[in-house]
Ligand binder design. Structure first.
Ligand code: EPU
Length: 443
């Protein structure tokens, strides 16, 4: 008997709609950053609504490697005490970082607390090059010395970091967080131009404001940060995971089901909901969450362009592509954020989907998002019945889409490398079981 945590392979018996309720908790992409923010304080902070996912465990391990004590003070609640913080050994950082990109965000706080920081080779999902040049350029602008070696990057702040004018070439989520986590305790004012304004970033700003930071979000993607000498602890409930909510919404559509997503909120899903409606999906917004339904009739094709917030998020396209294989006609998905995020479609094609990936994107006069040099497009022609196949999960979001495709497909699918999905989906197997999916986990 394999426990859900150990499972690496799942055999799915598809062809049944997913019906029922799932709850979503705090967003992976806020919780992990708020945990790092606790490093900036002089007293313990308390973070609640923390999901049980592997990325949280990775950040916890990294904090503990730096002698920050992390305690489970209640279910879903962590107390993070940075009072003993000290430098970690390279081997420890490397061992904990695994495939996560979070270590890069430790730089600013560690430079403030210890005057030095070390970043190992960065992993994350294999969805493009995922460089860190914006991060390093910003850290240099604050006065950090950056030295690259084969193992990683060593940073030093011989004197207190100072506020800077930073203009990002692209509104990168991670680089915006980097600047926020560094500028709050730098001397003087930082002007961040072309910042990302994702809801998780706004939530991080709320965390930092609770700690004593002075941050104003101006118009036109400009953020001003007035550095302060020290920061106190925070108590915060993490914003809900809109990516998980959108994943379940798409699962309801693909499998002809009906899922109530407890904890989902309308405002941060507005762009997703518009697309959902255009495809023909139905939803009802309630006070406790949102119910997502297949309409019963045909689904319609759509054109989607992924973009930074408030656009259609790149993490929403993979599960939606599964639903679009069931729509009547030709849909186009332009991926403009990452240069390699359609690898997951190979498995869908093996399951019977008609998807063609254009590596250079498709020009069109009706495009809303300006074309980026690295973009690609996928053309999905439906409806195509899906059938079982043996497939391998390439990354987190692609992995969720494979599971949904396997549940949609007639017959048995064997999906391997599913452990990666637990980086970002809490209690995935329990939730799927509760929705009526039929599967068995293997080691
Ligand atoms: N980029 C650079 N240089 C940099 C940083 C980014 O060229 O220094 C480029 C990237 O290569 C990419 C684009 O900028 O083409 C956007 O990257 P961004 O920095 O915004 O992404 P990220 O911070 O690495 C976070 C989420 C991703 C999510 C993106 C976009 C976390 C831990 N990850 O990544 O989430 O897709 O923002 O919203 O917050 C996921 O949850 O599975 C996931 C991949």
């Amino acid at each position: 008997m394999v426990t859900p945590e150990e499972a690496d392979v799942v055999a799915v018996h598809g062809g049944k709609p997913l019906i029922g309720e799932v709850g979503v908790r705090g967003a992976k992409n806020l919780v992990t950053k708020a945990m790092v923010a606790a490093l900036l304080a002089d007293e313990p902070s308390v973070l609640s609504n923390v999901p049980v996912i592997r990325d949280v465990a990775v950040v916890r391990g990294l904090l503990e490697a730096h002698a920050v004590s992390v305690t489970d003070t209640a279910p879903g609640e962590l107390t993070l005490d940075p009072r003993g913080v000290k430098s970690a050994h390279f081997a420890e950082i490397d061992a904990h970082a695994g495939s996560s990109r979070i270590p890069i965000l430790f730089c600013g706080p560690l430079l403030h607390q210890l005057g030095e920081a070390f970043v190992p080779d960065l992993g994350g999902c294999h969805i493009g090059d995922r460089p860190i040049n914006f991060h390093l350029d910003a850290l240099r602008a604050f006065g950090a010395e950056v030295e690259k070696s084969p193992e990683g990057i060593a940073l030093r702040a011989p004197k207190r970091l100072t506020g800077a004018k930073v203009e990002l070439p692209y509104p990168s989520v991670g680089a915006t967080e980097q600047v926020l986590l560094t500028a709050v305790r730098a001397k003087g004012v930082t002007e961040l131009i072309n910042a990302a304004v994702e809801p998780e970033i706004m939530d991080l700003i709320q965390v930092l404001q609770k700690m004593g930071a002075i941050i104003s979000v101006e118009t036109n993607r400009t953020i001003l940060i007035e550095g302060v000498d020290s920061l106190g602890p925070y108590q915060h409930k993490a914003i809900f995971d809109r990516n998980e909510a959108a994943s379940w919404a798409a699962a309801a559509l693909a499998t002809k089901g009906r899922i109530f997503v407890r904890g989902a909120e309308q405002l941060d899903l507005m762009t997703f909901l518009n697309v959902y409606r255009k495809v023909g999906g139905e939803f009802t917004v309630g006070t406790e969450g949102i119910e997502f339904r297949h309409p019963g009739g045909e689904l319609h094709p759509v054109v989607i362009e992924t973009d930074v917030h408030p656009g259609f998020m790149t993490d929403w396209q993979q599960p939606m592509v599964v639903a679009l294989t069931q729509a009547q006609g030709q849909s186009i998905v332009h991926e403009t954020v990452y240069e390699k995020r359609f690898g997951f479609t190979d498995a869908l094609v093996e399951m019977g989907a008609d998807i063609e990936v254009y590596k250079e994107g498709i020009a069109s006069i009706t495009r809303r998002v300006p074309r980026r040099p690295l973009e690609q497009a996928a053309v999905i022609t439906g409806p195509t019945p899906l059938h079982g196949a043996n497939v391998r999960v390439p990354d987190l979001r692609g992995g969720f889409s494979h599971i949904i495709a396997a549940v949609t497909a007639q017959g048995e699918s064997v999906v391997s490398n599913v452990g990666i999905i637990s980086r970002g989906y809490e209690h995935l197997w329990e939730k799927l079981e509760g929705l009526g999916a039929s599967f068995e986990l293997r080691g």
